[in-house]
Design a protein around this ligand. Structure first.
Ligand SMILES: [Zn+2]
Length: 278
């Protein structure tokens, strides 16, 4: 790899340089920080289409450029830039995945519905109905159809539907506790809570038997909800080894209770992680 570094112009704190990759030139920003002691780091910023190298305050321009060369010496910059740009585009798509306007689409139990908003002044509170391939929302006044308000209405509706449905699915898989667990509590004793956590799909508590599930699973196909429920219940059937929640025994149990669990997990990760951003 050959980087052609050319000094352009600069202030005292950030000096601008250019990196040539293939036949394109990209700006390089040197960002000096007083809290950074000796380490440096760098990346390609796909939003601004520039490289950034973050270095300690006392690094000279040459130190910084040398650090840049060290950091990327084994990297194919053309491929790296491409990867970063694809990733950036995907992230943008995720963010803009949800809009709350006429014609926006929403998933419910894995099926897609398109949003229709009506006004009915006779109503006392907003209504939601699924009719064929539509999710119909009726509000009392025209002003109530702001995206924020529609989002609130849909979220409330999702959670209201999730509660009995998730419980029914937990009951379906409760044989994991009855037949395979040393914890012998009854289904009625298992506390259940919907959580709003974007980073954890579910969790269990061993002391008070309880299961927390992320409500956004209401959007996904049933097998994916079942996957997270079976995963959580399997914790009660697989003794923990110190801090290792997912022991070999746990994996073996998962293979037994849901042989295709790895494929399902992959499908969630590949296609559906954006739903957790709702
Ligand atoms: Zn787990």
């Amino acid at each position: 790899m050959l980087i052609n570094v050319k000094y352009i112009m600069g202030s005292d704190l950030i000096k601008k340089h250019k990196i040539t990759v293939g036949n394109k030139k990209y700006p390089l920003s040197i960002e000096r920080s007083k809290t950074r002691k000796k380490s440096y780091t760098g990346l390609y910023d796909a939003k601004d289409k520039k490289f950034i190298i973050k270095v300690p305050y006392f690094f000279t321009d040459n130190d910084s450029l040398e650090s840049f060369n060290m950091l990327f010496r084994n990297t194919n910059l053309t491929e790296y830039i491409q990867e970063r740009e694809i990733y950036y585009k995907q992230e943008l798509q995720k963010e803009s995945r949800f809009s709350f306007k006429q014609g926006s689409t929403f998933l419910f139990k894995g099926v897609e519905y398109s949003l229709t908003i009506n006004v009915n002044e006779e109503l006392s509170k907003p209504e939601i109905k699924l009719i064929e391939d539509k999710i119909m929302i009726t509000v009392k006044r025209k002003e109530e159809n702001s995206e924020d308000n529609i989002k609130k209405i849909i979220k409330k509706w999702y959670k209201k539907n999730a509660r009995p449905y998730f419980k029914e699915r937990i009951k379906e898989h409760f044989y994991i506790i009855e037949d395979h667990s040393k914890y012998n509590f009854k289904f009625e004793d298992l506390k259940f809570r919907l959580q709003d956590n974007k980073s954890t799909w579910g969790s269990v508590n061993y002391k008070i038997p309880s299961i927390n599930l992320t409500w956004q699973f209401i959007m996904l196909p049933e097998k994916m909800l079942d996957y997270i429920i079976i995963h959580e219940l399997t914790h009660y059937a697989s003794p923990r080894k110190r801090n290792n929640m997912h022991s070999i025994k746990f994996e073996k149990n998962m293979d037994k209770f849901l042989p295709e669990h790895k494929e399902i997990e992959k499908e969630i990760l590949d296609r559906y992680t954006y739903v957790f951003q709702f």
